[in-house]
Design a protein around this ligand. Structure first.
Ligand SMILES: [Zn+2]
Length: 438
């Protein structure tokens, strides 16, 4: 029997963390932040590292590892599925509590190094980068396999924990992109070869959405349509997107080239992911772009560089975060805005009250400046219901554990599984700490 201990991210969105245990050995998969709770505590990205761990736990910003303190000594490896903060961001807060190596793909490990540097945090755990589609032993009995899958950040993997009693497949987060712009399509062959899959832990964010998530190549067409199909002579162009979305940034860089404009990347979190992409051998944007890494240098940059309509500014702040670059440009007097400059939001508002309010404030500031605003030039990195149907059939697990969703989303995943032919007692809607054996 394999024990699955849900620690964070069950019947909620964020602070993903799961323990897969066989006898007295376990593998922790993901150790992430709950972004909404974390941001509420810290208000911006310059987080004082001194926030006590107990406050972070009490406020639900990180998984509550104190509730499983007896289990921590059983952990043989911490395996991170991808570089998003809700999957890797809590590592700096707990790493010294867990005496086990931390495994991830190259990009994930590089992002983790940046997070640790940022917080001036040293950890005793070894950080081990593996290629995608590799398998490694973490103890005499347990082996972990990383299978390449597509998502909205590079080097995302399914984490498969192999035990003598079968395997657990962790698919949180993913999409099935058959025409991705960075890296290959999902490794369907490796998925088909999996046998004795005891449980599939599956991202359920869009389990209610009856469609297939469009490919990232569609997002490229949407961006081309806006940026190449709209008159922009003598206009400024500002594009904002997720800093970790390297494929999307690559597309914007390519369009800049077509428009014969120099890309300028502005913002600390963009710089962090761009540096990680370079270190992981994915892309070297810095050689073709100007980088303004620090917000404090922003005003200086525009004082010294008056010519702006021959550039494309790629900036942070797509959710309208007041301290991020786009809001500061909109509020400040230093950016030489003209009527009908273009501001492109290559993103979706992550639905919560604060983001809606921030975005609405930002958009009114931009409208007051008589700019043209293009919103939702974006496709998601998460699978929808019809992808889930394909994926569940492909993996063919004995049990299904929906995760990464509120109760309605998890129930939608359950309903789909039952529709496919699963018995209700094989689909487990879990809360944090409601462990099961499969
Ligand atoms: Zn993700």
């Amino acid at each position: 029997m394999i024990e699955i201990i849900p620690i964070g991210g069950y019947s909620e969105i964020g602070r993903n963390c799961t323990l897969v245990k066989w006898k007295d050995e376990s593998v922790m998969v993901d150790l992430g932040l709950h972004m909404e709770n974390y941001i509420r505590l810290t208000e911006d990205e310059d987080v004082p590292f001194e926030i006590p761990q107990s406050t972070l736990i009490r406020e639900g910003a990180v998984p509550d590892l104190t509730a499983v303190s007896d289990e921590l000594k059983t952990i043989k490896a911490v395996c991170i599925s991808h570089a998003h903060l809700d999957h890797v961001g809590a590592v700096p807060f707990f790493a010294n509590k867990i005496k086990a190596p931390i495994h991830g793909t190259r990009f994930t490990i590089e992002v983790l190094r940046k997070l640790l540097d940022d917080k001036k945090k040293r950890i005793s755990s070894e950080l081990i980068a593996h290629p995608e589609n590799s398998k490694f032993k973490v103890s005499d009995n347990l082996e972990v396999e990383f299978i390449h899958i597509t998502h909205s950040t590079p080097h995302t993997v399914l984490v498969v924990v192999h035990t003598p009693d079968g395997c657990i497949v962790y698919a949180n987060d993913f999409k099935l992109d058959n025409a991705p712009l960075l890296g290959p399509k999902p490794n369907y062959d490796a998925m088909k070869k999996l046998v004795n899959v005891k449980a599939l832990i599956i991202d359920s964010l869009y389990a209610m959405d009856p469609r297939k998530t469009p490919s990232e190549s569609i997002a490229r067409e949407m961006l081309r349509d806006v940026l190449l199909g709209t008159s922009s002579d003598n206009k400024n162009i500002i594009v904002t997107t997720f800093s970790s979305h390297i494929a999307r940034i690559k597309t914007i860089m390519e369009i800049s080239n077509t428009l014969k404009r120099k890309p300028v990347l502005v913002g600390r979190s963009l710089a962090k992911y761009v540096d990680a992409a370079k270190a992981a051998g994915i892309a070297d944007f810095e050689k073709d772009a100007i980088m303004v890494k620090y917000g404090s240098k922003l005003e200086d940059y525009f004082k010294k560089n008056k010519s702006t309509t021959d550039k494309i500014f790629i900036v942070t702040g797509h959710q309208g975060e007041p301290k991020a670059v786009l809001s500061r440009l909109a509020k400040g007097k230093f950016f030489p805005f003209n009527d009908e400059d273009l501001v492109v939001f290559s993103c979706k508002v992550i639905p919560n009250e604060e983001n809606f309010a921030n975005r609405s404030n930002l958009e009114s500031e931009l409208k007051n400046k008589r700019l043209r605003i293009f919103t939702d030039i974006h496709v998601s990195g998460h699978a929808c219901r019809e992808d889930h149907r394909e994926f569940i059939r492909l993996i063919s697990p004995e049990n299904i554990i929906p995760t990464h969703g509120d109760l309605a989303m998890l129930n939608a995943q359950k309903e789909l599984a039952v529709e496919i032919g699963y018995k209700e007692d094989k689909v487990h809607i879990l809360k944090n700490f409601s462990k099961i054996w499969v």
